[in-house]
Design a binder for this molecule. Structure first.
Ligand SMILES: [Zn+2]
Length: 170
């Protein structure tokens, strides 16, 4: 097990599109274990391989890290099949530390993915899990939640983020 460094905005590698993987032909256990350890260490509810510089369609999610409902779900090649309803919840991201904003997402989604053995799963879900799946799949497509901000909010975000992280390195 090993902690992996998490790439942070504006690292250009966060803009890369991840490639589909075949879990029956490729051993993804180590990657998933390391990603899970990295996510728990950073106290996040989800992490995409893109965020640790690996361009594979692999995601880990745990909607209640350290809690009673804690359950690690590795999602290989996750996809949203359909979505409905508008949700507008505050999101944060381990790759955009110190910033949170409300983002419009589907409330309820039908999603499909494979597990580490290559078995396909298809579920309909809502709540935090539905939001997390949408957020993490965006990472695999090179998108960040701040991309959804209005031009004005995005400009404010850029200024604030730059200032905040400039202070850190002083
Ligand atoms: Zn994120």
């Amino acid at each position: 097990m090993a902690l992996m460094p998490i790439l942070t905005y504006p690292d250009s590698r966060l803009r890369e599109k991840a490639e589909p993987v075949d879990p029956t032909r490729e051993d993804l256990e180590t990657l998933v274990t390391d990603m899970a350890e990295t996510m728990y260490h950073a106290v996040g509810v989800g992490l995409a391989a893109t965020q640790v510089g690996v361009t594979k369609r692999v995601v880990v999610i745990d909607c209640d890290p350290g809690g009673e409902e804690s359950r690690l779900i590795p999602l290989i090649n996750p996809e949203i099949l359909s979505g409905e309803g508008d949700s507008f919840e505050e999101e944060g991201c381990l790759s955009v530390p110190g910033y949170a904003a409300k983002v419009k997402r589907f409330t309820r989604v039908r999603a499909r993915w494979q597990d580490l053995q290559g078995v396909a799963h298809e579920v309909e879900t809502d709540g935090l899990f539905a939001i997390a799946i949408q957020h993490e799949i965006d990472h695999l497509d090179g998108k960040l939640f701040v991309d959804y901000l209005s031009p004005l909010k995005r400009e404010l975000f850029r200024k604030r983020y730059k200032k905040m992280h400039a202070q850190e390195t002083e």
